[in-house]
Write a protein that binds this ligand. Structure first.
Ligand code: GTP
Ligand code: MG
Length: 200
């Protein structure tokens, strides 16, 4: 691929209320963290330019609100995603238990459904002591589904960049695969395959 051409990738972050989705994105994009909580109403978009394996990328990152009342609205934003971050809070067992629903809902709504769609799981707030989800429990859930798992802290900036880069790498590789298939299909339409026009 031409390394000078910037690829645009749409990344979406989903997960239950208050798990730290907005904080993770702000830490990644602006290197800032706020203790106060302002819930995300619907969705908002941030962007960041990064380079992964010498490939310049523009990430368009969609932050979504975890409130139940936005659930159906949020799912309309899944379309066209190149990668998905599933976030939960390691101090909130319910947020981990609802990961299955978030994942299923996402895979159901992207068309066509791809079981190996680029995804990462983030277990956030590992800086807190009141853990309810052991690392082993989360990583075995992820292993079963073949999804990379990261224990992160938006507050202390632990593993946040690594998680984004892993997802971007997966999303880029899928994107390149789609592009290659598209080009191969175009090449198949050589003049020999065209119906010959009869000369009059
Ligand atoms: N200690 C600690 N607190 C965090 C961390 N990440 C987020 N928080 C706090 O958790 C609260 C919720 O964070 P948000 O980033 O707004 O959560 P959200 O998932 O975007 O919430 P919704 O938009 O309502 O779905 C805020 O008070 C944050 O300061 C973290 O890594 N450690
Ligand atoms: Mg938010």
């Amino acid at each position: 691929m031409d390394s000078s051409r910037k690829v645009d990738l749409k990344i979406i972050i989903i997960g239950s209320l208050g798990v730290g989705k907005t904080s993770l994105l702000h830490q990644f994009v602006h290197k800032t963290f706020y203790e106060d909580y302002r819930t995300t109403l619907g969705a908002s978009i941030l962007s960041k330019h990064i380079t992964v394996d010498n490939n310049p990328l523009k990430l368009q990152i969609w932050d979504t609100g975890g409130q139940e009342r936005f659930r159906s609205m949020v799912s309309t934003f899944y379309k066209g995603s190149d990668g998905c971050m599933l976030a939960f809070d390691v101090t909130d067992r319910d947020s981990f238990e609802s990961l299955d629903d978030w994942r299923e809902d996402f895979l159901e709504k992207i068309i066509p459904t791809e079981q190996d769609f680029p995804m990462v799981v983030l277990g956030n707030k590992i800086d807190l002591k009141e853990r309810q989800v052991p690392k082993e429990t989360a990583s075995s859930w992820c292993k079963e589904k073949d999804i990379p798992y990261f224990e992160v802290s938006a507050k202390n900036d632990i593993n946040v960049v690594q998680a984004f880069e892993t997802l971007a790498r997966q999303a880029l590789s899928r994107y390149q695969g789609i592009l290659e298939n598209y080009l191969t299909d175009s090449i198949k339409l050589t003049p020999d395959d065209q119906p010959k026009k009869k000369c009059c």
